[in-house]
Design a protein around this ligand. Structure first.
Ligand SMILES: [Zn+2]
Length: 147
């Protein structure tokens, strides 16, 4: 059975599908509740817990208090670190999520994080294709082409 596309969207508005941990199989994505997976940092994530247990929202941007200090801390915590710049897209991502919904957004992200050369996956942090090693930063290209 194919997983729901929305399962690839984190509560903080990122595309889990482009995360190296998910690619390696050590993590099943932020929405998974499977306690057997190796990457366990999600169980103590403020944002995840807030969305699920306190606000009961599908993602941060759907909350009436967005942007709250908790999400702003995440957005601002890695300013100036190029490897983490995908997190700076969070405000944009939230806007798009609100506009087109989680399923459609996940489908667009899936296309966005594809290698222009071989069609395999581009991942966060090093912005390289997992198959052919092509360097590609979809968000940078998007910003350059900007509107
Ligand atoms: Zn490739």
């Amino acid at each position: 059975m194919e997983r729901d596309k929305a399962d690839a969207v984190s509560y903080c508005g990122l595309y889990c599908g482009a995360c190296p941990s998910v690619h390696r199989g050590s993590c099943q994505g932020c929405r998974s509740e499977d306690k057997s997976q190796r990457r366990i940092s999600k169980w103590s994530c403020n944002i995840r817990n807030c969305c699920i247990n306190e606000k009961n929202v599908q993602y941060c941007g759907a909350c009436s208090e967005y942007p709250c200090p908790t999400i702003l801390k995440l957005i601002n915590s890695h300013k100036g670190k190029p490897k983490i710049h995908y997190r700076h897209e969070i405000p944009n991502n939230m806007k798009q999520l609100n506009e087109i919904g989680v399923d459609k957004w996940a489908a667009e992200q899936e296309k966005l994080w594809k290698c222009p050369d071989c069609g395999d996956l581009i991942i966060f942090y090093n912005y390289e294709c997992v198959s052919c090693g092509t360097s590609h930063d979809p968000q940078e290209d998007k910003n350059k082409g900007g509107k």
